[in-house]
Ligand binder design. Structure first.
Ligand code: SF4
Ligand code: SF4
Length: 428
């Protein structure tokens, strides 16, 4: 059904596709252009077709048949979208751009598959054993300093190795025994593929800091990858399969909260109800699980969080797009950093702009990704902070790799790792 003010007719040449089903969202765009200054690809590429408004016109043209669904230029402009959803935050008309993008990608990839590297990554992340093997290989390369050696190479291999190298914890911290009264309820951690594989230290820090702040941690052993990479790349079937597995796993654990410390994964889980909207057997269950999902910063901020011992350094904060724009969470991560005594906080210009990571975007669209990252690195340099805090593994690795390859001293760190270091000073 078309929006009553839509200037477009109701014609649809691709009925039954995800994009045709998303038509109401497309028609909600009134082409005002308020989203343009918020869009990193528009600011970088200076092409209307690489703006939210331009891409929505392309989507509409596909639905109406004025552009063929397999038009290679359309595919390029849609592929070049970061999916950062900054346009959603800027849009006064409530256009659900993230949903439109996923529907477009699902429609286009049904005609022409993603490139082989993207399909390989999605294949691996949909299978628990392969994911664990890949993460084990990453840890071995990191432990033997192969990633350090190869990170000096030019090109994508060098950048990928710099990403791996940047997953090391850039802080010294004392071990401590976490204890608390559990009065705030129970919480189950979405351990995540990359988080548990390469950021296990952050997962343990998440469990400890939540425990100190009154949450009782419980396990959800049958959980899987959240499916975000698959949904963003148009592989809806794989995303739904993973979502069903997670709904069952988190129902079973019975926790009051499901906690994510990866912004992209949390955003995905909060949308499980929509993802399974057409699945009558699972929709209600998925929506109930989604309603229990919280970012770790939300739970910590609700509890204070309790202050710890002094950590004398300076940090600046970069907002992950899937925290700020997709989940609309701005203040809680800053509250986590503010709870660390001795930690000086300095602002980061453009912290609301994407860093260019965007899931697997930096591997399949390296040139645009690099160009989006460049102003971020310049702003970090201008802040003079030795640490950049951000709560998403993709952003941690993208910024961390960029800093290393630019020979900058600053390092990327998860906000929870700083709070945990503070508790280590007090309790260690
Ligand atoms: S701000 Fe919203 S309504 Fe305006 S052009 Fe952008 S997407 Fe369309
Ligand atoms: S999701 Fe991000 S990159 Fe894509 S159109 Fe919106 S603002 Fe631009």
């Amino acid at each position: 059904m078309s929006h009553p003010l839509s200037p477009y007719p109701d014609a649809c040449v691709i009925p039954g596709t995800p994009l045709a089903d998303a038509r109401e969202g497309i028609d909600a765009c009134v082409h005002c252009g308020f989203c343009l200054p918020a869009c990193p690809t528009y600011l970088t590429l200076e092409d209307e077709n690489d703006s939210p408004r331009g891409r929505i016109v392309l989507m509409k043209s596909i639905v109406e048949g004025t552009l063929p669904v397999d038009d290679p230029d359309v595919r390029t402009h849609i592929d070049q979208c970061l999916g950062c959803r900054a346009c959603e935050t800027a849009c006064p008309s409530g256009v659900p751009y993230g949903h439109l993008l996923e529907a477009t990608r699902a429609t286009l990839t049904a005609r022409k598959p993603n490139p082989p590297i993207a399909r390989l990554i999605l294949f691996v992340f949909a299978r628990r054993t392969l994911t664990r093997l890949a993460m084990f290989g990453g840890r071995v390369a990191r432990g033997l300093r192969v990633s350090w050696l190869l990170s000096r190479l030019p090109g994508r291999l060098g950048f990928a190795m710099a990403m791996l190298e940047s997953t090391r914890l850039p802080l010294k911290r004392r071990k401590y025994e976490a204890s608390g009264d559990g009065a705030r309820g129970s919480a189950a951690l979405l351990t995540g593929c990359v988080m548990e594989g390469l950021y296990a230290h952050t997962n343990r820090a998440t469990e400890r800091t939540l425990t100190v702040n009154g949450y009782r941690m419980v396990g959800a052993p049958a959980q899987r990858c959240c499916g975000a990479l698959h949904a963003h790349a148009g592989d809806d079937d794989a995303a739904r399969k993973l979502a069903r597995a997670n709904v069952a796993a988190f129902e079973l654990c019975g926790a009051d909260y499901i906690v994510a410390n990866a912004a992209g994964c949390g955003a995905m889980m909060k949308e499980y109800g929509r993802l399974l909207a057409d699945d009558t057997a699972w929709h209600e269950r998925a929506a109930a699980v989604a309603a229990r999902v919280r970012d770790v910063s939300e739970l910590l901020a609700d509890a204070g969080p309790k202050p710890g011992g002094e950590v004398r350094t300076t940090v600046t904060y970069d907002a992950p797009c899937h925290l700020l724009h997709a989940q609309r969470i701005a203040a809680p991560p800053l509250a986590v950093l503010a709870a660390v005594p001795g930690l000086a906080r300095v602002p980061l210009e453009g912290s609301e702009h994407c860093c260019g990571s965007a899931g697997i975007y930096n591997l399949i669209e390296p040139d645009v990704s690099d160009r989006v990252l460049a102003p971020k690195l310049a702003n970090i340099a201008a802040s003079s902070a030795p640490l950049v805090a951000t709560g998403n593994p993709g952003c941690l690795m993208q910024i961390g790799a960029g800093l290393r390859q630019a020979h900058m001293k600053a390092r990327a760190v998860h906000p929870v790792d700083l709070l945990d270091a503070s508790y280590g000073v007090e309790r260690g």
